[in-house]
Ligand binder design. Structure first.
Ligand SMILES: [Fe+2]
Ligand SMILES: [Fe+2]
Length: 281
């Protein structure tokens, strides 16, 4: 779908609307100023592999939030929730587009496709419980850690184009994390039976995000290694750098946040995860 508009080169109304959404909320990205020939093929390959992976992750967010928005409407959520979700969906369109454009600029085009099985959209749970689970997982945990990761990636990026692209994403992801905690707190109010089910999901969710963030060993490993490699940086970090964003995010924001919204089980679940990861050292 994404490649179609570029291959055809036609000017379509849908493309114009898309371009309007895909523009950064603040600032400008100077795609034309980037000179790929200033970098080695290996540097461009590494950077493109990272941005192609990010394109898939952003497209997953897009599919997940679109699905969630539809469920919220059916469950009778207030209209301001719809407005907030419309913004988030637009943001994920922008992020996916930016990642694809980065790969184009690097001379290594990509066409992300999503894996419906990874999204767990068809889980056999009630729609209410599914919505609560996704807000907890994708927003309170996923977006919070993603915001942290992109802030660190911005610090690491020394290629001007990558700095501009990461800046555009950071602005949105920070908002998504904040909104996630508002939604999480609202959804947990007066929660009865479903609270236990959500608490029971935490160990699996923590393990999932640890794997996604390359946290294959414990926090002391992540904090003792270099976060970035020397040389041209396109917004990438080492595995230890991603893992550190995970551990810092979990300890500073996610675990205390979950406890505050009524899930004290987050503390023992995180301690267990850390003990398991430390045992791998
Ligand atoms: Fe995103
Ligand atoms: Fe996001």
């Amino acid at each position: 779908m994404y490649s179609l508009k570029r291959v055809s080169g036609e000017s379509l109304s849908l493309t114009e609307e898309h371009e309007a959404i895909a523009r950064p909320r603040k600032g400008e990205i100077h795609w034309g100023a980037f000179d790929a020939s200033a970098y080695s093929p290996a540097e461009l390959d590494d950077a493109a592999a990272l941005w192609a992976t990010r394109a898939i992750q952003e497209m997953h967010s897009l599919a997940l939030f679109t699905h969630l928005a539809s469920q919220l409407h059916l469950l009778g959520a207030p209209l301001d929730w719809s407005g907030a979700f419309a913004r988030m969906i637009a943001d994920e369109v922008r992020h996916t587009d930016l990642c694809i454009r980065m790969c184009d600029a690097l001379g290594r085009p990509t066409e992300p496709s999503i894996d419906p099985a990874r999204l767990h959209l068809l889980e056999e749970r009630s729609p209410r419980l599914h919505v609560r689970h996704v807000v907890l997982s994708a927003f309170c945990i996923g977006e919070t850690i993603s915001g942290r990761m992109f802030k660190r990636a911005l610090k690491a990026a020394n290629v001007p184009l990558a700095r501009e692209v990461v800046s555009a994403i950071v602005i949105d992801e920070t908002f998504h994390g904040e909104l996630g905690w508002e939604l999480g707190a609202l959804l947990m109010r007066g929660e009865g039976d479903e609270r236990a089910a959500l608490a029971g999901d935490l160990p699996k969710l923590f393990g999932h995000y640890a794997r996604l963030c390359c946290a294959k060993r414990g926090p002391s490993w992540a904090r003792g290694e270099a976060e970035v490699r020397d040389g041209a940086n396109f917004g990438t970090m080492t595995d230890a750098g991603y893992a550190r964003a995970f551990f810092d995010g979990m300890e500073d924001d996610v675990v205390p946040g979950l406890v505050a919204i009524g899930l004290p089980e987050a503390e023992p679940a995180y301690s267990k995860l850390v003990a398991e990861l430390n045992a791998r050292c």
